[in-house]
Design a protein around this ligand. Structure first.
Ligand code: AMP
Length: 119
């Protein structure tokens, strides 16, 4: 879908060619620890279907997938104990955002004061 690159690392995680530290998983979504943490809590939430970025997901995903993705972000934040102090959700999309992995992912960051939005 939308020139999806099958060789990206998150697709390899979904295909179990590469391991991840799983937080939770359901029919539509997988959540795991980021390998290079930028905060005490740094989780990644990805859809199980093949969407290269947020634009492709918004255009092509079903309402169920979109709702599930959103609820999974909340569920991970809850599981990680960062609901009360707050957290940041980042979705990089496309070249200007410096998105590195071409499979949609939401970063969920927290566990300390995260400072200004952009450095
Ligand atoms: P982005 O720049 O938004 O595409 O973010 C890609 C994220 O994927 C970075 O935060 C990386 O640390 C993370 N990452 C890359 N490879 C892995 C991996 N094998 N397991 C977990 N996180 C990864």
């Amino acid at each position: 879908m939308d020139n999806y690159d099958e060789k990206n690392i998150f697709n390899k995680i979904l295909n179990k060619e590469i391991k991840c530290k799983e937080i939770e998983s359901d029919e539509y979504t997988l959540s795991f620890e980021d390998i290079n943490k930028q905060a005490p809590v740094h989780a990644l939430i990805i859809p199980k279907n093949k969407y290269k970025d947020f634009s492709s997901f918004s255009k092509n995903a079903s309402d169920k997938e979109i709702a599930n993705f959103c609820r999974s972000i909340f569920s991970v934040a809850k599981k990680k104990g960062i609901l009360n102090n707050g957290y940041r959700i980042i979705i990089n999309c496309g070249p200007d955002s410096n998105q590195e992995v071409p499979h949609l992912h939401a970063h969920v960051l927290g566990g300390k004061n995260l400072g200004p939005m952009l450095c």
